[in-house]
Design a protein around this ligand. Structure first.
Ligand SMILES: *Cc1c(COP(=O)(O)O)cnc(C)c1O
Length: 338
């Protein structure tokens, strides 16, 4: 697949590390766990949105935009990174934050919220749960247009065919690293949210003829709701790339449950995963996405879905700034759900 025909800005020098996790592997007592350190991508504090933004921001600039508009939850990593890209490119940025958990927006909160202010967001609009976010962002774009400015709307999580192309590029990067290391990976595991990451990796592996199953761990939905979303973004991405291979509905695999009781609300398995990764490898996960995804990884090892002797690659999608908004539940100073 030739991605060089798509406009792209580069926010990371070289490849992110792909490493073996010996102590975490021992603690899980199952397959050999490798990690792709996308938490070390470029822009403020890294994370998966950086790869999507390389293609999205290039598209915005090609269209002559002066302002990036996007949306997310109150501790959104995607909003932090979109704002960081805007800073780097000399653009303005406006955010629409959805209060998915009522009362959860606190203008003085730490974590990503603090970074919105430090990085100089132009304006934050907070809307209640269930708001039509596309409409809310459209309104912001109209406001800008009335002032003679030009906004570019990036969907939640940057998960459209343009953004997912960043994870097709990541699939190619992984292919090259496996070749260089002479390493054979049997399965890949990743958090599955707005789904551009999962869909891009799946599309990229199929496009590269790399026969590695991609296993998503839902962070807000169970498989019956999550799988069709992943499949749709994968189909749209494959079409944008002009791929001939079919992306079957069966190739989309996700597991649910680990996200409960609710998106972004802590649970005991997340706390175990965040603590285990910190104390075995010194790697920071986050409470909303990667803590729950690694809880899934641990659970699937214990259940024998990932088998002893297999090599499993976990893609670390970032998010550690949100840890600082969740210190009490993580240190056990506050009760969490089962
Ligand atoms: C957004 C995000 C995800 C989920 O990625 P999607 O492409 O939205 O599915 C996972 N981890 C972190 C840290 C994120 O910020």
């Amino acid at each position: 697949m030739n991605l060089s025909r798509f406009p792209r800005r580069r926010y990371t020098e070289g490849h992110t590390p792909l490493e073996f996790l010996p102590r975490f592997t021992e603690a899980v007592g199952g397959p050999n766990i490798y990690i792709k350190r996308d938490d070390l991508l470029g822009l403020t504090s890294g994370g998966n949105k950086t790869r999507k933004l390389e293609f999205l921001v290039a598209d915005a600039m090609a269209q002559g935009a002066d302002t990036l508009i996007t949306c997310g939850a109150v501790q959104s990593n995607h909003c932090r990174l979109t704002l960081a890209a805007a800073v780097k490119e000399g653009l303005k940025c406006r955010l629409v934050l959805e209060e998915r958990v009522p009362g959860s927006y606190n203008p003085e909160a730490s974590g990503n919220n603090f970074l919105f202010n430090l990085l100089g967001v132009e304006k934050i609009t907070v809307v209640p749960a269930g708001t039509n976010m596309a409409e809310a962002m459209g309104k912001v774009a109209e406001e800008l247009a009335a002032d003679g400015r030009r906004g570019y709307v990036i969907p939640g999580g940057g998960s459209n065919a343009i953004g997912a192309t960043g994870y097709v590029a990541c699939a190619q990067e992984i292919q090259q690293q496996l070749f260089e290391k002479g390493l054979d990976i049997h399965q890949l595991c990743v958090a599955s949210g707005s789904s551009g990451t999962h869909a891009g990796l799946l599309t990229g592996f199929i496009g590269c003829n790399l026969n590695i199953p991609v296993v998503g761990v839902g962070v807000s939905r169970d498989p019956e709701d999550q799988d069709p979303i992943v499949h749709q973004v994968a189909l749209e991405t494959a079409e944008r790339l002009g791929m001939k291979q079919d992306i079957s509905r069966e190739s989309v695999v996700t597991f649910g449950d680990y996200w409960r009781p609710k998106y972004s609300v802590p649970n005991a398995k997340m706390v175990e995963a965040v603590t285990m990764m910190a104390r075995t490898e010194g790697i920071l996960l986050d409470p909303v996405y990667t803590g729950k995804a690694v809880a899934g990884l641990i659970g699937l090892c214990r259940k024998g879905y990932f088998k002893k002797g297999e090599n499993v690659l976990y893609v670390h999608t970032g998010g550690s700034p949100a840890l600082y908004a969740y210190t009490r539940p993580i240190l056990g100073l506050e009760e969490v759900a089962e």
